[in-house]
Unconditional design. Structure first.
Ligand SMILES: [Ca+2]
Length: 367
């Protein structure tokens, strides 16, 4: 993750695994390894007889179980999205939108919870996932902080992610751009700067859980088989804005066709076939699963029943770091750089990493 890489002292190279558009696309290779307007069928609680009996399902939609083919659908897919493999998913409830600042504020108000970004970095924990011998950084770098996006003034090498990421002291969910910023007026925007631990804590408080990676992708597909995007196969730049992404030339020029530079309020763009908003773009969403870059290979040719991810994590970019999956892309994603808004795009981040474009949504079992 980015934080670990900063402390490892290899900022330029090591920033590459932040949960964002921070990888250069890997086009499909000959061996198969590589990187319509939506419906607004908001089948909300009033359309489901079960929901009235359970107030905790307010704001959720029932995702009907089924079988789907999980993994990459086009030449933009990365190596870790292959091979496609069949997965069975039981029905479950899913938040129709990302957890908002208002929702997270209620959680914090009731529990006094302090997020990871609001605490000083625990060096003894951090160094476990760094290369042996990594020196302890200056205390100033261990102060509460998080990652914010800084646009460049001109074209930059897209492998040098330090050109647009900054470890900013005081950045957290309450002040997403750092000291002086706030979430006032952004109550209905997705909460950001939340670590995986923060998301799990929220889930426990709300009586819900994070989606598995398979549940997330199944839900993102919205009932459409083998489509690239949550809305189907139409290119993202065609027609009306479909999601909050980066439009223009990353990371220095944003045409703002979708109207938003950073986060957008939830439910601003059309929902997918299951009535889910922002499954594509806006903010990356934490999943429950550990990330392993070869996990799909172990599932090839099998029909997997409600998989919960690998038992170990592995990312060859940072083999010592245990990572969790994030999905869906963010307002920083663009086809020229990454295409995180594809249904099958997998991102991975260490669980203590938050950033200005990472949030989450929750799910619940039927019973
Ligand atoms: Ca945008």
């Amino acid at each position: 993750m980015l934080l670990h890489r900063i402390f490892a002292g290899f900022l330029f190279v090591l920033l590459l695994s932040i949960s964002s558009c921070t990888q250069t696309p890997k086009k499909a290779t000959p061996d198969g390894h590589s990187c319509t307007p939506t419906n607004t069928r908001f089948s909300s609680s009033e359309s489901n007889p079960d929901s009235d009996a359970d107030a905790t399902r307010a704001g959720m939609v029932l995702i009907p179980g089924g079988r789907f083919s999980m993994g990459g659908d086009d030449a933009q897919a990365w190596r870790d999205e292959f091979p496609k493999h069949d997965v069975l998913i039981d029905s479950f409830w899913m938040d129709i939108h990302e957890v908002t600042n208002a929702q997270f504020a209620q959680f914090v108000s009731e529990t006094g919870y302090v997020t990871t970004a609001e605490k000083a970095v625990d060096w003894n924990e951090l160094k476990k996932s760094l290369p042996p011998g990594t020196p302890k950084p200056d205390e100033a770098l261990l102060a509460p902080a998080s990652l914010v996006f800084i646009p460049s003034e001109k074209p930059v090498h897209l492998r040098d992610v330090s050109q647009w990421w900054q470890w900013r002291k005081g950045a957290n969910w309450r002040q997403p751009e750092g000291p002086g910023s706030s979430i006032e007026g952004k109550e209905l925007h997705p909460v950001v700067h939340v670590s995986w631990y923060d998301a799990v804590a929220y889930c426990k408080w709300s009586g819900k859980r994070l989606p598995t990676e398979a549940e997330w992708e199944y839900a993102s597909r919205g009932g459409i088989q083998n489509a690239v995007y949550t809305w189907g196969n139409e290119a993202i730049e065609k027609g009306n804005a479909k999601a909050n992404t980066w439009e223009g030339s990353f990371p220095y020029q944003n045409k703002l066709r979708d109207g938003y530079y950073l986060t957008a309020p939830v439910q601003h763009f059309n929902a997918n076939g299951y009535g889910l908003y922002d499954m594509s773009g806006n903010v990356w969403e934490w999943c429950a699963d550990l990330y392993h870059e070869e996990y799909y290979q172990a599932l090839e040719g099998k029909i997997t029943d409600n998989p919960k991810g690998p038992t170990t994590s592995y990312d060859s970019n940072e083999p010592l770091a245990e990572k969790r999956v994030t999905r869906g892309g963010s307002f920083l994603c663009h086809d020229s750089y990454c295409s995180g808004y594809r249904n099958s795009m997998r991102m991975k981040t260490t669980p203590d990493t938050g950033s200005i474009h990472t949030g989450f949504r929750t799910v619940a079992d039927l019973n």
